[in-house]
Structures are given as structure tokens and as C-alpha cells.
Ligand binder design. Sequence first.
Ligand code: NDP
Length: 434
Amino acid sequence: MAKNPAEPEFHQAVHEVVESLDHFLDENPKYKHARILERIVEPERIIMFRVPWVNDKGEMQVNRGFRIEMNSAIGPYKGGLRFHPTVNLGILKFLAFEQVFKNSLTTLPMGGGKGGSDFDPKGKSDNEVMRFCQSFMTELYRHIGPNTDVPAGDIGVGGREIGFMYGQYKRIVNEFTGVLTGKGLKWGGSLIRPEATGYGNVYFAQEMLKTRGESLKGKTVLVSGSGNVAQFTVEKVNNLGGKVVTLSDSSGYIFDADGIDDEKLKYVMHLKNNKRGRIKEYADKYGCKYVEGERPWTEKADIALPSATQNEINETEAITLVGNGCMCVSEGANMPSTPEAIQIFIEKGILFGPGKAANAGGVAVSGLEMTQNSMRLHWTREEIDQRLQSIMQSIHSTCCQYGTKENGFINYVDGANIGGFVKVADAMMAQGAV
Ligand code: NDP
């Protein structure tokens, strides 16, 4: 802790993994002798840089840019870029650390990284966002490459931002290459990439439900957020016969007892992706409840799929959820449940899918985008969706392999942490003092 002051989210993420690995490392002392734990928490490289840009009024602005290259034992660094005013070194280190385990679980050859900036795209014009992205890439380009480090999107970085950054990279390097994922379909992107994290989380929830003879059909579902992950989570839940009754943003949440059907979802996509409006406008349009400044976890439902941001379900909210009959929580966002909330879910024996397993579908399809770029061909929608489903099933099996306890309870947190660790640790041992 003294080595990394003021990084509470990073400590939280490391603490969880260390707890899960406790017995495993005692039983497998070779990893202790090689000091894998001490090495794996230390980023291979951190890049921090100034991002100057000029706003529409001609005023000079300055933001901070980051790239954390956490671990390249099993492949090039891979992980998203986040543009949000709350971004700082500790948050990106937590995300990069989680990414190492998540990427390992996907079965694809990808190391872990994460990056971003404290730039806030909200309220900025397209031209301002473009100037920022160009300035950001003017420094980042020298550190990344299709075989070195392949960033993608995350909060605040969608198709528009990836486009601006890709254009600038191409101008500087003079190469059309798969250096970013999440690209547009007509210039190197993959089908199903926008859908992948949301769909993947619902597939993972489905696998967990199967272990108890349940399915999504007829279930009431709470979703938080209303961005990329939330939108495609709603689409897949609808598709599998469930009913989503909430969505949110950082201002509040809406509750629609009739369910957010495909027609209403189209409106949400337009509102958020084109108009860049607030979720409150949904309540105005459809005449449903809107709760300002609150999160949706006090509403009654069978399943919760948090898909906004870290630490968005606390202990009290976890108690309320379980008390209201929630049987399954599967994390679309990264680390949305606090450690105290996770404790409640596990003590009460409900199905709990941690983000590093449940939301790995996004990076998995990014990995498939890299493969298609290297092969210079395009797979069909059906082919990619099929691969995504089998990757999510494989992640679920790995969690069961490493997380099933003597009483039969599957602790998916332990399963994901140990399952993700083994492959990276073995590679690090084989590669010597790296
Ligand atoms: P988006 O930017 O598309 O959407 C984020 C949503 O979360 C918005 O509705 C936003 O509301 C809300 N949100 C962001 N910060 C906060 C906050 N501090 N408090 C409350 N609400 C907040 O991002 P994504 O959908 O891509 O990402 C959502 C989560 O999923 C993140 O945790 C991300 O790391 C994770 N994830 C994303 C992947 C992907 O493929 N995109 C892959 C794996 C994980 P507002 O508009 O008000 O900011």
C-alpha cells in the first residue's frame, strides 16, 4: 500500500485476487518460489503524458493521458481506453490488473493493458472530441502497435472516438493495420464487437442459471447504465424472454414496469448514441418513474446486471437485492460490486458472476477482430456469435473447475481469479525473470 498511495481501487482489485489465491498458492508453492504474485501486481510499463488541445472558442485545454502496459506474458497488451473525468492512475491500474486475468480466461493469446484520460467527452462538440483524440494519439502512437499493444474502447470511448484515433494513427505511421479494435465495419471492424460485452454477460448469466435448472425466460431484470454494455444487455435479455425494467446514467435511473422492449430500446440507443441525451428523457417520453441521483438496486427483480461503473452496488444495496428475491448478479461493468456486497452475495449463496469472467465477451471479440485483421478477412455474424457463446461457456467451465467448493457451491470469484492466474503465471515462469 505504501508503494502505491491513493490508489484504493487498485488495492481493492489486488486484495480480492490475493484472497482467492491464498490456499491455491499454499498447495502450489512453485508460484510462491517464483514470486509471481509480487511480479504480477507490478505493471511492466506505465506511460503518462500531457494532452493539449484547443476548444471551439480557441482556448487552450490540457488533459492527462495514460497507458498501463500491465502484462505481456501470453500476448500483446490488450485493453480499453476510458475517457471520463474520474480517470486517474489508480483506476486504470485496477482495470489493467483485472484485464490480465480476464484476457487469460478468454482462451485467446492476449496480455493485459488499459489506458485513457480525464477528458470528458460529455458536452463537447464532435470537432472538440476529434482534436482531443488526435492530440492523444499523437503521443500514444509510439507506444502501441498490432503486435505490441492494441487498445479498444471503454467508458466514453465508442465508435466515434476510435475512428478519430485510428485516423490519426494511420496518418502518423502510414500503415493500415489492426492497432485498435472496435473499428467501424467498413474499415477493419468486426461484426458483433459492439454487442459482445452485453451479449457475453447475458450468455454467462444463462450458464450460471443452468446450474440451478433455471433460465432467463420470464425473469425480471435490473440493468444499470445506458451505454454500450447496458444497451446490448437489454437486447439479449429481451431476445431470451426476460424483461428489463431499469436503466440509469450518472444522474439517476428509470423504472418501467412494462419492460424496455425492442422498440423502446431503439429510442434509448438514439437518445444515448446520437442525441447524447440523459436517461431522464426516457421517463418523459414513456411516462414511467424516474429517480434522480439514485441507483436501481432497490427495485424488486430476479436478476441484476450492473453495467455502468465500478463500486455501484454497496453492502446495503446487496442486502436489499437479495432480500427482494434476486437470485443472480452478473457483472457487465468492471468491479461494480464492492467487496462487502460480494461478501453478501456469496454468504447468501446466490449466483454471482464477477466482471473479469462475465464481461470478458467484449475483449474476446476484440481478439477475434485482431485475428480477422491479420488474416485480412471477415467472419459472418453467426460465426462470431457462435464463437462468443462458446468462449463464454468455456470461461464458465474454467470458473467451475477452480471455484467449486466441497459443498458443491460454485464460487465464481475464486474460479475466475485462479483460472485466470494459472495460464499467465505458467507463461511467466517459462519466460524466466520477466
Ligand atoms: P459507456 O460510456 O458506453 O456507458 C457508460 C454508462 O455508465 C453510461 O450510462 C454512464 O452514464 C454510466 N456511468 C459512467 N460512469 C458513471 C458513474 N461514475 N456513476 C454512474 N454512472 C456512470 O461505457 P460502456 O458501456 O462501454 O462501459 C460500462 C462498463 O462496462 C464499464 O465498467 C466498462 O469498464 C465495462 N466494460 C466495457 C466493455 C466494452 O466492451 N465496452 C468491456 C468490458 C467491460 P453517463 O452517461 O451519465 O456518464
